[in-house]
Design a binder for this molecule. Structure first.
Ligand code: SF4
Length: 118
């Protein structure tokens, strides 16, 4: 995991939801009013196109997962339910979140199925 992602997720696990962060130079990177709690998504790269994410080809032929069109995790209700799931499982450390992130991803998808473009 990228060190910036680690530090951001560590802060979220301690302090909770961020809400819209209008002080960020990149706000809004998805849509106005977005929740910025999962700016560094714990599921990256989820590789699930139902979220709106997609594979992009680089010039050298390799692929990179692009989250630009994922609105799912940035909706307030989805962001807050994700935090509830994490807290409900007693997760307090980024390392513990990483270990169970796939099962949490599926649990969250079952509760709030992503709808492309929303
Ligand atoms: S597409 Fe959405 S859910 Fe998937 S890794 Fe990116 S931000 Fe996370």
């Amino acid at each position: 995991m990228h060190p910036l992602a680690y530090e951001h997720l560590k802060k979220v696990l301690i302090s909770g939801l961020v809400g819209p962060d209008e002080s960020c130079d990149y706000y809004p990177c998805h849509f106005r009013g977005q929740d910025c709690t999962w700016c560094f998504c714990p599921f990256y790269p989820c590789k699930d196109q139902q979220t709106g994410g997609e594979w992009l080809k680089r010039k050298d032929g390799t692929s990179v997962w692009n989250c630009t069109h994922c609105y799912w995790i940035h909706r307030f209700e989805v962001a807050s339910v994700l935090l509830e799931i994490i807290r409900g499982r007693g997760i307090k450390r980024v390392e513990d979140l990483e270990r169970v992130r796939v099962s949490i991803f599926h649990e969250l998808k079952d509760s709030y199925p992503p709808v492309k473009g929303q």
